[in-house]
Design a protein around this ligand. Structure first.
Ligand code: PEP
Ligand code: MN
Length: 286
């Protein structure tokens, strides 16, 4: 894919001169989220609930994932739900809770921004902006987060090719923001036994084509709590720079994505196992 035969001056795809390309920048980019570095030898685990639901739910989950070794807290305040009748997130109240627990735990926070009109508000409360799968090709949003000076967690579109994914990242870099993490979160295929098909081959492919760090989301990638540990371990083994996983203090009561959320105990056990895999591939997890 270094040169795309369809490229003409009027139809330019990913190329070796793209800003995201490893050819023009051979050294790995380190993304700095309030001092937590993604893209170096340490594998960074991002964990927390799918959605911020309440103070108790967020705070108890956050404290536990910190104890387990997570370095960054996740939690959605603005949720992109397939049905407009489902819980849409707590909005600014959720952002305030995230900011409060960030202060208590010291964990940097990542949360999703869905709309250009929210970027300023969300930026005020978070340490990294998440652009979700459904918005990977929302070009005005990509430009807007590219103009902000916050790191961006860009999730692969559920029907996006590797080239489209890299070109989406290019939009952000093109605005002067090189602090971008790529996240493989599964793609739509004919297979229905899992929520998505987690494309782990995307990890070595993206890392060979681009200097940007690559992480994996085995929660949305499988949709199945019991499968998350196996795919998380596999992700570390194929060279992912980190993981983002959904964890809930009461998964069976979660308003959103409970069936794919790890319990606090499952998360703690997985972190112990992941450390062994990390060591085997010459990486570490703190
Ligand atoms: C999420 O991480 O909460 C989420 C909605 O993921 P995705 O955009 O990958 O579906
Ligand atoms: Mn979710």
């Amino acid at each position: 894919m270094e040169t795309n035969p369809c490229n003409t001056p009027a139809n330019v795809g990913f190329s070796i001169s793209s800003k995201v390309s490893r050819t023009i920048k051979p050294d790995a980019t380190l993304v700095d989220i309030k001092g937590v570095m993604v893209g170096g030898s340490e594998i960074i685990v991002i964990a927390g609930p799918c959605a911020v639901e309440s103070r108790e739910q967020l705070f108890e989950t956050a404290r536990a994932v910190k104890d387990g070794g997570a370095r960054i807290l996740r939690g959605g305040a603005f949720k992109p739900r397939s049905s407009p009748y489902n819980f849409q997130g707590l909005g600014e109240e959720g952002l305030k809770l995230l900011a409060e627990i960030r202060k208590e735990t010291g964990l940097p926070v990542v949360t999703e921004v869905m709309d250009t009109r929210q970027v300023e508000l969300v930026t005020g409360y978070t340490d990294m902006l998440q652009v979700g799968s459904r918005n990977m090709q929302n070009y005005p949003l990509l430009k807007e987060v590219g103009m902000s000076r916050k790191p961006v967690l860009l999730k692969r579109g559920m029907m996006a090719t590797i080239e489209e994914f890299l070109l989406a990242a290019e939009y952000i870099l093109n605005q002067g923001n090189e602090q971008v993490i790529l996240c493989e979160r599964g793609i739509r295929t004919f297979e229905t036994s899992t929520r998505n098909t987690l494309d782990l081959s995307a990890v070595p492919m993206l890392k060979s084509l681009s200097h940007l760090p690559v992480i994996v989301d085995p929660s949305h990638g499988t949709g199945l709590r019991w499968m998350v540990p196996a795919m998380a371990k596999a992700a570390v083994a194929v060279g992912a720079d980190g993981l983002i996983m959904e964890v809930h203090y009461k998964p069976e009561e979660a308003i959103c994505d409970g069936y794919q959320s790890l319990s606090l105990n499952e998360f703690a056990q997985l972190m112990t196992d992941l450390k062994k895999i990390a060591r085997a591939v010459g990486r570490e997890i703190s």
